[in-house]
Design a binder for this molecule. Structure first.
Ligand code: GLN
Length: 269
């Protein structure tokens, strides 16, 4: 079958079909436009048909491809990790500002594919990154990403702070699970395929954030910062929670779609 026909007959979004076909042919998407009449040979043909079928049955594009681009990095992803999101790129920007202001030891809580830790490390190589996740499979994915990018991050299997002993950090950054268990969004888009443990923050959505806020002060140096990503409607609740715990200089920031998506504050001197 020809390139053009394959794309037309794939029964998935045309751009996604182009992305999948370019991927199996190992060409740029632009190549397809000049080669619409070229025949697609095996094994690319079968691979493309399998990938298009998987997409048609709801498998997220990133899992079908096996990667997602995040800031300057191409990160391997699979069903054990949350697919890195654009929102989280803004959290990395904030973390980098803190690193530039002097934070050196940085802890990424619930690292998943390693997105936040690896992006910080790649953009600020002098920072010392530790990243934890409670899922051994997620850590395996993060470590594989670190190996293929040749970056040094300390990876630890831990439920939040449990395995961290007496160490302290200048900056703790996290994109924890923050969706309510009863939120209808969980049934939409890519979310049904993603790990619940990366998405669901208990009935309220805030349980993981509350746990982290409660315990973070033991693991922060005085003057250290705690930064979160959270739901578009959680900024007030997260602010209040951090205030009650004694954090100062609490501010929220907006993401690319103008949603107040991140909140952070400083543990006092
Ligand atoms: N931002 C994701 C979403 O709403 C959720 C990620 C998370 O829970 N940390 O799809």
């Amino acid at each position: 079958m020809k390139v053009r026909e394959l794309i037309q007959q794939a029964r998935i979004d045309r751009i996604e079909a182009e992305i999948l076909l370019a991927d199996v042919l190992e060409v740029e998407r632009a190549w397809l436009f000049a080669h619409g009449e070229d025949p697609v040979a095996e094994p690319a043909l079968t691979l493309f048909i399998d990938h298009a079928k998987a997409r048609l049955t709801g498998e997220p594009l990133a899992y079908v491809l096996g990667y997602r681009d995040f800031r300057s990095l191409r990160l391997g992803v699979n069903r054990h990790v949350l697919i890195p999101r654009r929102e989280t790129e803004h959290l990395v920007e904030w973390a980098i500002e803190r690193i530039d202001a002097g934070s050196r030891r940085v802890l990424d809580l619930g690292t998943g594919s390693g997105a936040i830790a690896l992006a910080c490390k790649s953009e600020r190589p002098h920072a010392m990154l530790t990243a934890i996740d409670c899922s051994a499979e997620a850590l395996a994915c993060a470590e594989a990403n670190a190996r293929s990018l040749d970056m040094q991050v300390e990876w630890l299997e831990s439920h939040w702070f449990e395995q961290l002993g007496g160490a302290q950090w200048d900056l703790v950054v996290s994109n924890p699970p923050y969706i309510s268990a009863s939120d209808a969004h969980l049934k939409q888009g890519d979310l049904p395929a993603e790990p619940d443990s990366a998405l669901i923050g208990g009935q309220t959505g805030l349980e993981s954030i509350e746990h982290i806020v409660e315990h973070a002060p033991e693991y922060l140096v005085s003057g250290g910062w705690l930064l979160f990503e959270h739901g578009f409607d959680q900024a007030d609740a997260v602010t209040e929670c951090m205030q009650d715990r004694g954090f100062q200089q609490i501010t929220s920031r907006r993401d690319w779609s103008s949603q107040p998506r991140m909140t952070g504050g400083q543990w006092p001197h």
